[in-house]
Design a protein around this ligand. Structure first.
Ligand code: UDP
Length: 244
């Protein structure tokens, strides 16, 4: 990485939905999409930024979807959490193939395939320049990986939570169905609630707001946007505390 790339953050938490790994597929992990994201992660890690990742599981299973089909919700959520472990292992593999040191840490104990989540150990990995992938969400049913991402971001003292989406940030209407939708450059957590904007679930928003951690929402499909966000450029939407 050249000197013109200067990070404004020391430690970040990146949240990817399971959908990000779908690529051109309708289910599972697309190796092309996985490798492209892994390259972005490698590039910001190479800038000296400490990178933690939380990956969802929606490309494989979601508890709510399984419950709709008649399954017990808690069992469905456990299956969903295991799906996030699959994605985390796939990401670890992709990163290692690019020469990046990586550790998967799971909120559920599966310590023959990855490490258990231990906060101090996670921070030590980050300090040593390893990418840490937090798997199995919070380890509890009825939560989401957005909430897990907020929780881990706070626990590890991340400077910012970077949430990757399919659109360019937070809009006042769905930008896919409404071409006149307006994108916010900055908005407060309270406005997100007041306007009922679909950014993350309420638990995740409250966690970030009450612990004063900024959230930057960016489009994963825009090549280079993650890097630009790390360099402090006004990419996507920044959600923060106070009047914005
Ligand atoms: N999940 C859970 N507890 C958590 C995080 C996730 O039970 O703390 C389950 C839940 O069933 C969820 C699934 O794991 O539907 C996958 O996570 P999520 O839906 O957040 O993935 P994403 O939408 O980001 O792909």
């Amino acid at each position: 990485m050249t000197d013109d790339h200067r990070p404004v953050y020391k430690r970040v938490l990146v949240k990817l939905s399971g959908e990000a790994l779908l690529g051109s597929q309708s289910y599972g992990v697309d190796p092309v999409a996985l490798t492209r994201i892994a390259r972005d992660i490698r590039d910001i890690n190479a800038m000296g930024v400490e990178v933690a990742l939380v990956i969802g599981g929606g490309n494989i299973f979601r508890g709510a979807g399984l419950a709709q089909l008649g399954m017990d919700r808690v069992t469905g959520d456990q299956i969903g959490m295991l799906a996030t472990v699959i994605n985390a292992l796939a990401m670890q593999d992709a990163l290692e193939r690019l020469g990046v040191f990586c550790r998967v840490m799971s909120a559920l104990k599966i310590n023959q395939v990855c490490e258990d989540y231990i906060r101090r150990r996670a921070i030590r990995h980050l300090e040593k320049g390893r990418v840490v992938v937090f798997a199995a969400g919070t380890g509890n049913p009825f939560f989401t990986t957005d909430s897990a991402a907020s929780l881990r971001a706070i626990e590890i003292g991340a400077d910012v939570m970077l949430k990757a989406t399919k659109v360019d940030g937070v809009f006042d209407a769905d930008p896919v169905s409404n071409p006149d939708a307006h994108r916010y450059e900055r908005i407060s957590y309270d406005q997100v609630f007041a306007k009922n904007l679909a950014v993350m679930d309420a638990t995740a928003i409250v966690m970030c707001r009450d612990n004063n951690i900024p959230l930057q929402v960016f489009n994963l499909n825009n090549e280079g946007d993650l890097m630009r966000a790390i360099e402090g450029e006004p990419v996507g939407t920044v959600v923060e505390r106070g009047e914005a």
